[in-house]
Design a protein around this ligand. Structure first.
Ligand SMILES: Cc1cc2nc3c(=O)[nH]c(=O)nc-3n(C[C@H](O)[C@H](O)[C@H](O)COP(=O)(O)OP(=O)(O)OC[C@H]3O[C@@H](n4cnc5c(N)ncnc54)[C@H](O)[C@@H]3O)c2cc1C
Length: 370
């Protein structure tokens, strides 16, 4: 009999399975798809950054990036994140920079002239820039595969193509049903990303996570490998980064209705380009590669920050990262294992991200959501 059942083999479930197995628990992973990283993880842009305003976000990313840095499979590339800060967000970003520097993570303020040394851009309405040299990109498939391989090496069983259907708590264990079998374990961890709201309903627990479609558009190969950092114009949320000889770019649509809407939204390309070309006129001549563009689902919570830790006896959730879960999964795996083993995560205080905040009507104010 397993001691912990982890539902979901995205990067978060894989990291949790690994750290639980490492702590000596018998772990069973249930994944509805035929292999790992088929949900948001495989659709991510792979960006990792310490540039957040909420201290817990800064630290979750910082510790995870340090872990990815040592993991060959994560293919960490410290290309840096360049944030262009508009006048309207000047004070908020100065505050965020203070928080980051007080926590000792590497981020520095740049003048606009210094920032133009990284990327050419139009300065209208901008106040300054920040640059995080430890920020960059990883390969989310590689990292997820590593976590699962290590979990298995430590005895975890991973069952693909087996969806979690329902569970009930009885006699101190969760009795879990799938179309293929029944399992029981004292601990049940939901790492089900954008599907977590739906999975919660099956358990009768209100877990406010919903899917919101997001696009990554790709240019055709440029004929050389550009060396820009991942650059974000905070005035509009438009970002781009190099991938091999291409540039990838996107911008969140605040009016995207919740739900699993399928296909790349080509209508959103116009507003995305409008924002991008205004700030970065050099993008004008680049050709789009429709076939290399893709969509996936952000796993949104009401305050765009995750739900972490116990929600009921023996029931834990690590989900709802709202578009920044790849960069936090490594540390979240360790914290969820601590939550099980010690009854409470102890390396970091996950209090700000517990489900209670929504039950009590409190929201985390993270200013670095893109
Ligand atoms: C376009 C896009 C760009 C992004 N860019 C970034 C970025 O640059 N940096 C970053 O950090 N994050 C980014 N993200 C967000 C990131 O991808 C997610 O936060 C992260 O992958 C969440 O991981 P997860 O394991 O929680 O979810 P998922 O990867 O979605 O994994 C959940 C798993 O649960 C499985 N599952 C669901 N229901 C069941 C069930 N009933 N039974 C069994 N299995 C089930 C699913 O099949 C899935 O495999 C981006 C996301 C998108 C869509």
């Amino acid at each position: 009999m397993p001691e912990a059942i982890v539902v979901g083999a995205g990067i978060v479930g894989a990291a949790c399975a690994y750290r639980l197995a490492e702590a000596g628990l018998r772990v069973l992973v249930l994944e509805k798809e035929a292999t790992f990283a088929q949900g948001s993880t495989g659709k991510s842009a792979g960006g990792v950054r310490v540039q957040f305003s909420e201290p817990l976000n800064v630290l979750l990313s910082y510790h995870s990036i340090r872990e990815y840095r040592e993991m060959a499979e994560a293919r960490y590339r410290p290309i840096g994140y360049l944030f262009l800060v508009p006048e309207a967000l000047k004070e908020a970003q100065e505050e965020a920079l203070k928080t980051q520097q007080a926590l000792g993570v590497p981020v520095r303020r740049l003048s606009l002239a210094e920032a133009r040394g990284f990327v050419p851009f139009r300065e209208d309405g901008l106040a300054f820039a920040t640059f995080g040299p430890m920020d960059g990109v990883i390969d989310p498939h590689g990292a997820t595969g590593f976590f699962l391989r290590e979990a298995r090496r430590l005895g975890a069983e991973v069952r693909f193509g087996e969806a979690f259907l329902s569970a009930r708590r009885e006699g101190g264990v969760w009795r879990v049903e799938t179309p293929l079998g029944r399992y029981e374990a004292p601990y049940l961890l939901l790492c089900t990303g954008a599907w977590t709201g739906e999975v919660g309903r099956r358990l009768g627990v209100d877990l406010p996570v919903h899917p919101a479609r997001r696009m990554v558009y790709a240019t055709a190969p440029l004929g050389h490998a550009p060396t820009y950092p991942l650059t974000i114009d905070l005035a509009t949320g438009f970002y781009f980064r190099p991938e091999g000889e291409r540039l990838l770019f996107g911008r969140s649509n605040p009016d995207e209705p919740p739900g699993f809407r399928e296909g790349v939204d080509w209508a959103w390309l116009g507003p995305t380009l409008e924002a991008g070309l205004f700030r970065f006129p050099f993008l004008e001549g680049l050709a789009l590669d429709r076939k290399a563009s893709w969509f996936g689902y952000y796993e949104m919570t009401p305050d765009a920050n995750p739900i972490l830790g116990y929600v009921e006896e023996g029931l834990l959730v690590a989900a709802g990262f709202s578009g920044h879960g790849v960069q936090q999964a490594g540390m979240v795996g360790r914290l969820m294992a601590e939550e099980v083993v010690y009854g409470k995560a102890r390396t970091l205080d996950i209090g700000p991200f517990r489900l209670e905040r929504f039950r009590e009507g409190r929201f985390v104010k993270e200013r670095g959501i893109v």
